[in-house]
Design a protein around this ligand. Structure first.
Ligand SMILES: Cc1cc2nc3c(=O)[nH]c(=O)nc-3n(C[C@H](O)[C@H](O)[C@H](O)COP(=O)(O)OP(=O)(O)OC[C@H]3O[C@@H](n4cnc5c(N)ncnc54)[C@H](O)[C@@H]3O)c2cc1C
Length: 398
């Protein structure tokens, strides 16, 4: 059933037209008409001064979910027995959000052989840990992981759920959002709280990275967001911190339809870009695959790894595993050196959290200089060798 408009009460003020975030309300013969673009969000009914608009109760029941929901949760993924760094980063951010909302910070961990995981999560900032340790969860499997997490959401009703935009998160979390009948904002680069409405403000690049959009999930709960590794800062480690452990048992019905027979390591080049302290990136300015030898030499001299722009990757000068940016990896090293990189916004979103950015570009107006702490206007084929020889000289001096 759609939105009901009482034509007798309507005064044709058009406030509903302006309020509709989906442009679904249009005035026709001085009366609003609602198109198929309507999501029954209720914004029109909220602004109508005459109470002429009614949104079906079944959908408005979402508001009750918002009123009931409490707590910020982080999904703490476990990969090959280890929790990746993004879990600590999400708990760091989760703590800031939980403090603003004045609620507990929860962590959910699923797997088998999880000894010590709860302690680690308390140390990373969780107040409460929901742990399901069961042989059926030994290997990551979307369907059973999704069933268990969705059940916990239905039972405990968190208002926010954060997860890593990792291969596990990207695979499982959209299914969880669907099962929980809520929204999900993927690859957020900023998360904040609207204290008045208790809404999670989820910021991410949109329209090919040309704008930053802040997205809210006004009524369904939990408000779900994924965040890439190295986007948020991890919190202080609270060694020995204690919290509340909730042991979760699986029901007989919770089982996977598929079975993992074997886990095979990817043969693709494995570049630890996200964890690196030093990243030396080459862009199209390096001129070809041979230009990356110079980039590699500088990376080696500084104990770092080689990054690349999409421009260089698309030109097939280097593999995608090296790509930094919106469709590559997000990095936040101590030192980021950009050689022949123009600084397109899609590149910047993947590296502007770096502590120190050094850019070398022959174009003084290149946008990379807007984010660089140190900018060198010049030919990288002169500047990079000069850097290498200075490094050698300094090392020679001990
Ligand atoms: C949806 C979408 C997603 C994208 N995702 C990504 C992404 O994840 N990562 C990414 O990087 N890009 C991404 N892009 C592409 C992005 O828009 C740019 O096209 C790309 O970053 C440009 O790469 P570049 O800086 O290497 O090349 P260019 O823009 O061609 O810049 C080359 C630079 O090198 C300088 N130069 C040339 N020769 C020299 C020299 N000898 N010495 C010094 N400087 C020199 C030039 O002045 C120039 O500034 C995406 C685009 C879209 C639409």
């Amino acid at each position: 059933m759609g939105v009901i408009i009482d034509k007798e009460l309507c005064i044709g003020c058009e406030q509903c037209v302006d309020a509709c975030p989906f442009d679904a309300v249009e005035m026709k013969r001085e009366v609003p008409e609602v198109s198929d673009a309507c999501t029954l969000c209720g914004s029109c009914a909220d602004v109508c001064p005459e109470g002429a608009i009614t949104v079906p109760e079944v959908e408005r029941a979402q508001d009750d979910r918002a009123a009931e929901a409490k707590g910020v949760w982080v999904y703490a993924e476990v990969r090959a027995g280890q929790m990746p760094e993004v879990v600590a980063e999400l708990l760091g951010q989760g703590r800031r959000l939980a403090e603003q909302l004045d609620v507990e910070l929860g962590a959910v961990v699923l797997g088998h052989g999880l000894d010590g995981a709860a302690g680690e999560l308390f140390a990373m900032g969780a107040d409460v840990v929901y742990a399901a340790d069961d042989p059926r969860l030994a290997d990551f499997n979307d369907d059973i992981y999704c069933q268990v997490l969705a059940r916990l959401i239905a039972e405990y009703k968190p208002e926010v759920l954060l997860a890593g935009a990792t291969s596990i998160g990207r695979s499982m979390i959209p299914r969880v959002a669907t099962a929980a009948a809520t929204g999900l904002t993927a690859d957020c680069t900023g998360l904040a709280i609207d204290p008045e409405k208790r809404l999670l403000l989820q910021t991410r690049p949109a329209f090919g990275g040309n704008i930053m959009a802040t997205i809210v999930c006004p009524s369904a709960r939990p408000q779900m967001a994924t965040v890439r590794p190295r986007v948020m800062k991890r919190g202080e480690l609270r060694q020995g911190a204690q919290g509340r452990l909730v042991t979760v048992s699986l029901s007989d019905e919770e089982k996977s339809l598929t079975k993992v027979l074997e886990v095979v390591q990817s043969l693709e080049e494995n570049v630890n870009l996200t964890g690196a302290d030093v990243v030396i990136t080459g862009g199209r300015g390096v001129g070809g695959p041979e230009g990356f030898q110079l980039v590699g030499q500088l990376a080696e001299a500084l104990g770092g790894v080689v990054g690349a722009t999409r421009g260089a990757v698309d030109s097939e000068w280097i593999g995608h595993a090296h790509q930094v940016g919106q469709t590559g990896r997000t990095v936040a090293p101590k030192l980021y050196v950009a050689l022949g990189v123009s600084g397109a916004v899609q590149h910047l979103v993947g590296m502007q959290g770096s502590d120190t950015i050094v850019a070398v570009n022959k174009d003084p107006n290149a946008p990379i200089f807007d984010v660089a702490h140190y900018g060198i206007v010049g030919d990288l084929f002169k500047v990079a060798p000069a850097m290498l020889s200075r490094l050698k000289q300094l090392r020679g001096q001990g």
